[in-house]
Design a protein around this ligand. Structure first.
Ligand code: ATP
Length: 370
């Protein structure tokens, strides 16, 4: 029996959660080969019986495929206490995304304030800071991620892993992306009823092979509704980022969105506020700031939500153009002003998330009441 052949065979076994092979994912430890005995420890991010059985069976099958006489013993281990494997301070039983450390919901009171623009550019800036980041565009009524990331017309592939169909996210700029826009036409979404929409979001969280991530950014539809509820009922949301424009009207709607996260049953901490379209600076007058939509809306919302102003993003033509062209403004290395503004937001989000995780345990998943 050759150890290298056994390692190669084990490299064909996929973690049904992430789609990654168990060797690359460093899940196999203490491999011992003493013919005909093969034993090793399999480090698992979660311990539900179905998942354990699937992996055990797949490992046995892979090794016995090359050494039919092998006597394979797989010892299953859950690192449990290591916070690295779980969201907000440790993995939980039944958690569909144990390999995603932080799930961050981006929310706004009303549409058009730039929530999708913030989600996309924040995700890319966090990636540049060294994080493994994914984007879930859950804005069923106006999914913008496909256009903003140049993925229009593409469809994610469905692949069977141990007999169960799993959706493989698409990739843009090195980042895994799922969007309701890949599977539902916007006109169709408007007529779909709540339970169907929530079902799609649940499916994207439970049946998608997200790779291991430091952050999954979830772009929510504006306001409060079924999708928001479905998210907090399916996964432990680490925190919310609120997006607003500086004017009063946007602010009163944003407060309603904020209040949803503070409901006694929900209790998702607000990490902070991004004020978008804060001012306009004409190219020919770079030192002038025109406050077209008023001032201080972000600051005021941060105060009301007992959080911080994560950053202010000015109105810049290239932000809209970047969104329309599938190349987000953050990626334009020449536009240092814009890049710095997004970087500031990303650094603050990373810092606030770390602080939050230090100070409190994982957010409770909201129980579904029938
Ligand atoms: N800071 C900005 N400067 C210039 N244009 C911007 C800025 N932020 C957003 N936009 C543009 O405003 C429009 C609306 O933005 P976006 O789609 O991000 O908003 P939204 O809040 O997600 O809206 P909806 O919820 O309706 O999808 C887009 O065309 C976008 O490119």
């Amino acid at each position: 029996m050759e150890t290298s052949k056994i390692v190669k065979a084990l490299a064909t076994v996929q973690d049904p959660n992430t789609g990654q092979d168990i060797i690359t994912a460093n899940m196999v430890l203490h491999l011992k080969v003493e013919a005909p005995n093969v034993s090793f420890t399999l480090q698992l991010p979660k311990l539900d019986a179905d998942y354990k059985q699937q992996l055990n069976f797949a490992c046995q099958e892979a090794i016995m495929g090359i050494y039919p006489e092998a006597n394979v013993h797989v010892h299953m281990q859950n690192p449990g206490a290591t916070a690295a494997a779980g969201q907000g301070g440790g993995p939980k039983k039944g958690n569909p995304l144990p390999h995603v450390r932080n799930i961050i919901a981006v929310a706004s009171g009303k549409g058009g304030v730039g929530k999708s623009t913030v989600s996309v550019n924040l995700a890319l800036a966090l990636q540049e800071l060294g994080g493994a980041v994914g984007l879930l565009d859950a804005d069923v009524y106006g999914p913008s991620a496909p256009t903003m990331l140049g993925l229009q017309g593409q469809k994610p592939k469905v692949e069977k892993i141990y007999g169960k169909p799993k959706i493989k996210p698409l990739f843009a700029y090195g980042m895994p992306v799922m969007s309701t826009g890949f599977v539902v036409e916007p006109e169709q979404a408007v007529v779909l009823r709540g339970p169907r929409l929530s079902g799609i979001i649940k499916q994207f969280l439970e049946e998608c092979v997200w790779p291991p991530l430091d952050y999954l950014i979830v772009d929510l539809p504006p306001g409060t509704g079924d999708v928001q509820l479905s998210l907090v009922q399916t996964v432990s949301v680490t925190g919310a980022v609120l997006v607003t424009t500086p004017q009063e009207v946007a602010l009163s709607d944003a407060i309603k969105a904020m209040n949803m996260f503070f409901l006694p049953d929900v209790q998702v901490p607000v990490l902070g506020v991004v004020e978008n379209m804060s001012w306009f600076t004409p190219a020919e007058l770079p030192d002038n700031k025109y406050y077209l939509f008023g001032k201080d809306g972000g600051k005021s919302l941060a105060k009301k939500s007992n959080s911080m102003l994560l950053g202010q993003i000015p109105i810049v033509q290239s932000i809209r153009e970047g969104g329309d062209d599938g190349k987000p403004a953050f990626l334009d290395k020449e536009n240092t002003l814009i890049r710095e503004a997004w970087m500031k937001v990303a650094k603050n989000v990373a810092r606030q998330t770390a602080l939050r995780n230090e100070m409190m345990g994982a957010t409770k998943v909201v129980e579904v009441k029938s």
